[in-house]
Design a protein. Structure first.
Ligand SMILES: Cc1cc2nc3c(=O)[nH]c(=O)nc-3n(C[C@H](O)[C@H](O)[C@H](O)COP(=O)(O)OP(=O)(O)OC[C@H]3O[C@@H](n4cnc5c(N)ncnc54)[C@H](O)[C@@H]3O)c2cc1C
Ligand code: SF4
Lengths: 649, 158
């Protein structure tokens, strides 16, 4: 791995790329596309990655520019480090506005039909959305794969937890997860006996590559009062406990992990193309994982992409938007991808062309994969393309603790409550996981900025009084975020409409979305639980949900402001046949044999896990399948001398 | 700019009062001059001068902290021309952002087109006084180091 700090240069122009027939053409350089590219290239095959966003961010100076844009941005939203790019637009949460009945909301890149308007977002840049993800990496539970069988809700996966387990391990190695297996050993249902199981979720005394992130002081204060809370839910007795979350950021390697790493201690992956060893090592507690980690301690897909580029067999075409998937109607195989390449984000000029390969992989994320397929006129036999759109609805509850516990310290979230992720109650209401936020009320109220403005403009304080009031208002903040399960429904969907296009003429995604009652039942239960927890903590409850809020949902007489979860999924679900799904469990399209649609779009349910780890596991499984195909249809391409200059120094 | 300028020194004195940080601490941020120029540019020399002069007079007129506080409220913070400017100076020191002045102010006293909400500079963001006030660090900068978040916050007493 001495190459880790080497400089990556990648040069390919569109006319050269257009003349080649690649073994594989991948759309999207996010974690999904990068894992596939690296795995396939390692086996000696040629790969072309088509990426809509600009590619300068692969260098350290490019990355530092992003940081600077972030520091000087007035609104520090999830996409703050990225300048707006009308040629490959992305959703931006501050632009979200309340829906008006019968009028689609068209201000933002995503056209929203409502009734629920979501502020969910993703990034169209090299490295994709992991550039600003928070990097929580819990696994899904065995019961999550069997929702229909166990609870008569949602759908079953065509694959079980146990079958996915080896791929979870690959994903945890690739991302570099810091975590503690014991903290994840809460009671969960055995899908076969349907009773709570004592068997470990992990098997073989598995450990994560690195030790858990130390829990914050706030976590410890909260745990003192919350641990031991008992409750009864649909006949199940539960005892709550604050547990640490596994996360994809560099911590202290666990020597026990050698067993799972060819006898070697895990070596944290440093910054991409950095020459400075101190950058990209351990998490330093910048509390800025979303939108951008200044020291690259957090995993982002460029770390995998850089490895792929270093094989010398991967070409990357940035600023290139896949605009159409072209199919030969005679044999139902994809023949090429049409693209639009823009030279400058400030100009609408572009050149178009065609890229050829043997196998095609769409890894543009759940919304963009479906958008591209539908814009290409490619529905599916099941007619499910774009349907079953899912995302975790979040309910935020915030209060003030009796003592200063400190805010804006450490990573955004180190611990939470996981006990209500599992149980028989799931036949009636959604499960959820609860995050304890180390960044105070920021997500709910825009704290600490809003506190400062309030204290200066309304509380009329300055000097010493101002400083005291700041501490009193900010340092006691507690925010609990309830990440609630959502099930697939065909009416929740992504579609396209020729009326709505971006600057280059590509059709924009149109979202039709409502939060199902099943989830709202979980939301309502979560709100009641938050009140109970605040009581135990002696905390003052400040949660209010404004009816004018764009995410306001009325349920059973109470109103809640729901936030988007940024876990977009389910638009090309996997299943057992071309009639009930879009792809099979290897993420191969039922309709087009040499096409794979990969990413969270393939997930039939999302349980209460942030989606990326599971999607990464699925990608490792798909990579095996693509490689098998390639070995069949082609003798290996000769390992030509690398196109890239990957020399250290 | 000549930082020995008497006007700049008065700006620092005023900032000390408004923020309860010492002039030494304020200068330690390295962005004091940038703030001084920002206010002057956006509100114009005349109003800036008026603010400084008023503060000066208040200082000479008041003989203890209580009367100083009262005069700052009476003659600066409650003044429709000077109050919003003073409050903006406070906000700028705490988070590095210049906030656009209220509409009524702009209509009545506005001179410059450059009045919008903006972050003064990358360093201004990083040097915001809010963060040390609450025993934290600006998000995304001045990272405290691995595991430091396990300990109680160190909140300075004022
Ligand atoms: C604020 C935030 C916090 C999050 N936190 C977590 C978390 O803690 N844990 C977790 O598991 N998940 C989290 N997520 C979700 C996670 O980031 C995504 O699940 C993951 O990054 C998706 O990876 P992907 O490769 O499938 O898609 P993406 O990362 O979205 O990558 C798709 C790529 O395709 C490119 N592309 C799109 N359209 C085209 C086109 N037409 N032509 C060419 N290229 C195209 C895009 O530019 C992009 O590079 C978070 C997301 C957000 C926004
Ligand atoms: S807390 Fe900071 S150093 Fe750690 S991963 Fe997040 S942004 Fe990076």
């Amino acid at each position: 791995m001495s190459n880790d700090h080497s400089k990556i240069t990648y040069t390919i122009d569109h006319s050269t790329a257009s003349q080649k027939v690649y073994d594989v053409v991948i759309v999207g350089s996010g974690i999904s596309g990068s894992i596939l590219a690296n795995e396939i290239a390692k086996e000696g095959f040629s790969v072309l990655i088509v990426e809509a966003g600009p590619g300068k961010d692969l260098s350290l100076t490019g990355y530092e520019k992003l940081l600077n844009t972030f520091y000087t941005a007035v609104t520090k939203d999830n996409n703050a480090p990225y300048k707006s790019n009308p040629n490959a637009p992305m959703p931006r949460s501050p632009k979200v506005q309340k829906a008006r009945l019968g009028h689609p909301n068209t201000d933002n890149y995503m056209v929203q039909n409502g009734p629920f308007v979501t502020d969910t977002s993703y990034s169209r840049v090299v490295g994709g959305t992991t550039m600003h993800w928070e990097a929580k990496t819990p696994r899904m539970l065995p019961e999550d794969f069997k929702m229909r069988t166990l609870f008569d809700k949602g759908l079953d996966w065509p694959i079980t937890y146990r079958e996915l387990q080896p791929y979870y391990r690959m994903a945890e190695k690739e991302i570099g997860v810091s975590g503690n297996v014991e903290s994840q050993e809460f009671k969960h249902l055995d899908p076969i006996t349907k009773e709570f199981s004592e068997t470990s979720l992990y098997a073989d005394n598995y450990v994560y590559p690195m030790h858990q992130m130390p829990p914050s002081y706030l976590d410890k204060c909260v745990a003192k009062d919350i641990n031991g809370t008992t409750l009864e839910l649909d006949g199940d007795k539960k005892e709550l406990k604050v547990r640490s979350f596994p996360q994809g950021r560099n911590g202290i390697p666990n020597v026990e992990y050698r067993k799972y790493n060819n006898g070697e201690v895990y070596r944290p992956v440093a910054a991409v193309s950095s020459h400075q060893a101190e950058i990209g090592e351990r998490c330093q507690g910048n509390n800025n994982c979303t939108p951008i980690c200044p020291v690259q301690a957090k995993y982002d897909a460029r770390k995998t992409l850089a490895k792929a580029l270093r094989t010398g067999r991967v070409d990357l075409l940035p600023q290139t938007i896949a605009s159409k998937v072209v199919v030969n109607p005679e044999n139902g195989r994809v023949t090429s991808i049409e693209y639009k390449n823009y030279k400058d984000v400030n100009s609408s000029e572009y050149e178009s062309g065609v890229l050829k390969g043997k196998i095609f992989i769409l890894a543009a994320n759940a919304i963009e994969n479906a958008r591209l397929m539908l814009a290409s006129g490619l529905k599916s036999t099941s007619n499910l393309m774009g349907k079953n759109f899912m995302d975790h609805p979040y309910l935020l509850c915030w209060g003030l603790l009796p003592e200063n516990t400190g805010t804006f310290r450490g990573t955004i979230c180190t611990s939470g409550i996981s006990d209500i992720r599992s149980g028989h109650f799931r036949r009636k209401q959604a499960a959820f996981a609860v995050d304890i936020h180390n960044d105070g009320w920021g997500w709910a109220t825009g704290s600490p900025y809003t506190n400062l403005l309030d204290i200066v403009d309304n509380k009329n304080k300055y000097g010493t009084a101002l400083r005291k009031e700041l501490v009193s208002q900010v340092s006691r903040q507690l925010l609990l975020a309830f990440m609630v399960e959502m099930l697939p429904e065909t009416s929740n969907k992504i579609s396209v409409n020729p009326q709505y296009r971006d600057r280059l003429g590509n059709m924009r995604p149109v979202v039709s979305f409502h939060v199902p009652d099943y989830s709202m039942e979980g939301v309502a239960y979560g709100r009641e639980l938050s009140k109970q927890l605040f009581q135990r903590l002696g905390a003052e409850d400040y949660s209010i949900y404004d009816p004018l809020d764009y995410g306001y949902v009325n349920y059973n007489g109470s109103g809640y402001a729901i936030r988007g979860g940024n876990h977009i999924a389910g638009t090309h679900i996997m299943g057992t046949s071309e009639r009930n799904s879009v792809v099979n469990f290897k993420q191969r399209s039922w309709d087009y044999d040499n096409l794979f649609l990969i990413g969270a779009g393939s997930m039939p349910t999302i349980g209460t896990s942030n989606t990326t780890l599971t999607m990464a596991a699925m990608c490792f499984l798909s990579a095996e399948e693509v490689i098998k195909d390639l070995k069949k249809i082609t003798s290996k391409t000769e390992i030509a001398s690398p196109i890239y200059n990957s020399i250290s120094g | 700019m000549d930082i020995n300028l008497i006007e700049f020194q008065f700006f620092l004195k005023l900032s000390e009062k408004l923020t309860a940080f010492t002039s030494f601490q304020l200068q330690g941020t390295g962005v004091a001059e940038a703030y001084y120029s920002t206010v002057k540019n956006v509100v114009g020399v005349t109003i800036f001068q008026e603010l400084i002069d008023t503060f000066n007079k208040i200082q000479t007129d008041s003989d203890d902290e209580t009367s100083l506080d009262k005069e700052i409220r009476h003659r600066i913070l409650s003044n429709s021309k000077l109050g919003p400017v003073a409050r903006n100076i406070i906000k700028m020191w705490f988070v590095g952002t210049w906030y656009q002045l209220p509409n009524y102010w702009l209509e009545k006293y506005g001179v410059s087109n450059s009045d919008s909400t903006f972050v003064v500079s990358e360093n201004a963001y990083k040097e915001g006084l809010l963060w040390p006030t609450i025993g934290a660090h600006p998000m995304g900068a001045k990272a405290p180091g691995y595991g430091t978040w396990e300990d109680p916050p160190k909140i300075p007493t004022v």
